[in-house]
Design a protein around this ligand. Structure first.
Ligand SMILES: Nc1ncnc2c1ncn2[C@@H]1O[C@H](COP(=O)(O)OP(=O)(O)OP(=O)(O)O)[C@@H](O)[C@H]1O
Ligand SMILES: [Mg+2]
Length: 498
């Protein structure tokens, strides 16, 4: 038997539940562009970023939910003998009308759009230029997610925490760009992740694999290993003057004698000569300033770097100026020292910038951008590289230089580089501070869409910008090409012999 009073509590709970379940999902728009809605929290089918159909008077609109939160309200019950006013909980939110005719409405019934309806809307807004299929819509499974290739004439920013799938997914974007466009690409590859970009994974004879294999024949890998297509090398004379001085740690004022000696040597040198072995010979020089310069280069270990071509073979700078392949993978990860990686990065960026007046469109891909163009460069060569990245970010577009930068730490990338990016690919990110920073930078994206990045799984991403019709969630598909930069095997975690 129930205790006295229990049944009235049960009645009360039932009343509340009935009222909460009875809330109809309805939307109102006072401007024909945005809508506010409410729905029951029971079996809630609407979700942030999801697509909805709004139905009223025989008309339908297609929209997207931008915010969704639990809320409460007081209602009149009218129940005999019961409370006259009770508090019930419900879901409230706002959204954007994507296909509206601008007419206002009130109490339109809101329901999740089916995959067919989402597909129909995306097909209607698909660009006439090449569409790059990168996966499917996260909240409308089976609907292909495509980027507008033409949108890569803006800078693109990709970010996500370590292991969120940036490198894998960036590879997929590059594959699609290779197969569906003729855009030239230069890839700064710090972890040798793209050295196998030309190798098709499972050559299953599919049309896409065949077309990819053809396009990938135009990928060339420059690296310091036997499998590379070309040794990653250049001459000291290829390095721009500021970087030469920076590399040797020379200050034009404090080290004026050595600086002048360097200047003299460079002025006397000719392209094609083995200038660095000339630097080597400086150690034997009778001239004390020249001897000092030689000592400096020797002490810094510069003379032993593998990137000096000693005048043999093609230089990276020549390749950048007169490309023999459409896609150049610069395998920074194959170099022995971080100083060489920095100098090569600086040389790539400065060379592209120096030749900007040729106006040859080129996508400059920078993975781990917080190392190449950081907000606070820790050394003089990186400082120069960052300066060129910022110049390309600010003014490169008019010369056809487009950036695609990827990082784990948006706040550690040069501010100018980040702020000039129009396209965003945001993968899983837990740091509230980083998400807040991104919301400020990409202010055209609803902050609540950005916030959901904390819940993303592997390969899930928020896509926004000129290359996508309207900010939304995408799940990246499978790569065609092989991944490089294999993880270190974790055999050490296996149980040993008992
Ligand atoms: N869509 C995907 N499908 C299958 N595997 C994936 C997918 N995305 C990533 N992976 C795998 O997950 C792992 C982590 O991905 P990835 O290296 O791309 O992460 P990351 O964000 O670049 O990390 P880091 O910032 O540490 O470089 C890799 O082993 C990769 O092969
Ligand atoms: Mg990575």
């Amino acid at each position: 038997m129930s205790e006295p009073g229990t049944s009235s509590v049960d009645d009360y709970r039932r009343l509340i539940e009935d009222l909460e379940r009875g809330i109809r999902p309805v939307a109102t728009s006072v401007d024909g562009r945005q809508f506010a809605f409410q729905a029951s929290l029971h079996h809630l089918a609407l979700q942030t970023g999801g697509y909805v159909v709004l139905q009223r008077d025989g008309e339908t609109s297609f929209g997207q939910i931008l915010t969704l939160r639990p809320d409460s309200t007081e209602v009149q019950t009218g129940a005999d003998g019961g409370p006259s006013r009770v508090t019930i909980r419900l879901a409230r939110g706002e959204g954007v009308i994507l296909d509206g005719d601008g007419r206002t409405f009130h109490d339109a019934l809101a329901r999740p759009a089916s995959s067919e309806e989402v597909e129909a809307w995306f097909s209607g807004v698909r660009p006439h230029r090449s569409a790059l299929t990168i996966g499917e819509m996260l909240l409308a499974p089976g609907v292909p997610a495509t980027l507008d290739a033409g949108g890569f004439n803006r800078h693109t920013f990709m970010c996500g925490q370590s292991g969120s799938g940036k490198t894998y997914s960036l590879g997929l974007v590059l594959e699609q760009l290779l197969v569906a466009t003729s855009l030239r690409m230069v890839i700064l590859d710090p972890n040798s992740d793209y050295v196998r970009l030309a190798e098709v994974r499972d050559d299953n004879g599919s049309d896409l694999a065949t077309r990819y294999a053809e396009a990938a024949a135009d990928v060339t890998v420059w690296g310091n290993h036997a499998d590379a297509d070309q040794p990653l090398a250049m001459q000291f004379a290829d390095v721009d003057n500021a970087a030469q001085a920076a590399l040797l740690g020379l200050d034009p004022v404090k080290d004026r004698e050595e600086y002048a000696a360097l200047d003299g040597i460079l002025a006397g040198g000719r392209k094609g000569q083995a200038l660095i072995s000339g630097l080597d010979a400086l150690l034997q020089s009778e001239n004390p300033d020249v001897h000092q310069l030689g000592l400096r280069a020797a002490n810094l270990g510069v003379l032993n770097w593998s990137i000096w071509s000693q005048g043999r073979g093609r230089s990276l700078v020549e390749e950048l100026e007169e490309p023999t392949a459409r896609c150049l993978v610069v395998d920074l990860g194959s170099l022995d020292t971080v100083e060489e990686q920095r100098l090569i990065s600086e040389t790539v960026l400065s060379t592209l910038w120096r030749n900007r007046s040729r106006r040859e469109p080129c996508l400059v891909v920078i993975d781990e951008a917080h190392n190449v163009c950081p907000s606070r460069p820790a050394d003089a060569v990186t400082s120069l590289a960052t300066g060129y990245a910022a110049l390309i970010a600010a003014e490169g577009r008019k010369f056809g230089l487009y950036l695609l930068t990827s990082t784990q730490r948006p706040q550690k990338v040069n501010e100018e580089v980040l702020s000039q990016c129009d396209n965003l690919l945001l993968m899983r990110m837990n740091s509230e501070a980083d998400l807040g920073y991104l919301s400020d930078t990409f202010s055209y994206v609803s902050p609540s869409l950005i916030q959901r990045a904390t819940t993303f799984g592997l390969g899930e991403t928020l896509v926004a910008g000129k290359f996508f019709p309207h900010a939304g969630y995408v799940k990246f598909g499978a790569r065609i090409s092989q991944e490089g930069g294999a993880d270190i095997p974790t055999a050490w975690a296996d149980p040993g012999p008992s």
